[in-house]
Design a binder for this molecule. Structure first.
Ligand SMILES: [Zn+2]
Length: 195
């Protein structure tokens, strides 16, 4: 077992959190559409939670990933770090990863699928975005908006989940703070695996 969970591969994501989506491109700008029926069947809300900064937030996430994020928020509370959450900046949101090149016309659905953000499956959440913008080091320890303690907690999360086919696998949380260069994304927490 590694010391941190790894990201799911595209094949693993597609198998464990299958997504129904379509793409329309207008003037070179793609829009990802996920049917309401899929959203109704596969998404749920956690909470609502509140802390001294946020009167109410209720992350909308994939129902199969919910135990991971429920444990994440519980562990943040146990670590007395819940008030480090200054803003909740989104869970489920159908979109491409930031900064990717749009595929050429005629690209396969799989080509598009590989470019989808984990937020599109409801398996990622963003916290304290304003203080932790993508591509830059996040707020320093003890500074406003710091995620240091929350990232520390995220690295400890391990929850067994079941695939749609019935296989149990050890899920964890991958932190965008551990990525490098332009991909670094301290606000971002996504479901990964300890396998
Ligand atoms: Zn994110």
């Amino acid at each position: 077992m590694s010391t941190k969970p790894r990201q799911l591969t595209y094949m693993e994501r597609a198998a464990r959190f299958p997504l129904d989506f379509s793409v329309t491109v207008v003037n070179g700008t793609p829009t990802i559409t996920v049917p309401q029926t899929w959203q109704g069947l596969h998404l749920t809300r956690l909470g609502p939670y509140s802390n001294v900064h946020l009167s109410k937030f209720a992350p909308r996430i994939n129902i199969n990933a919910a135990p991971v994020f429920a444990e994440f928020f519980s562990a943040i509370m146990r670590a007395d770090a819940f008030n480090d959450i200054l803003s909740y900046d989104g869970g489920y949101y159908a979109r491409l990863k930031r900064g990717v090149k749009t595929p050429l016309p005629g690209a396969t659905k799989e080509a598009w699928g590989k470019l989808l953000s984990n937020h599109s499956r409801g398996t990622a959440i963003d916290l304290n975005a304003k203080w932790n913008p993508m591509g830059k080091p996040g707020a320093e320890f003890l500074d406003e908006g710091t995620l240091h303690r929350i990232i520390e907690v995220a690295h400890t999360i391990r929850v067994d989940l079941e695939t749609p086919a019935g296989t149990i696998w050890p899920a964890g949380i991958v932190c965008g703070a551990d990525w490098h260069g332009a991909s670094r994304d301290d606000m971002h927490f996504e479901v990964g695996t300890w396998e």
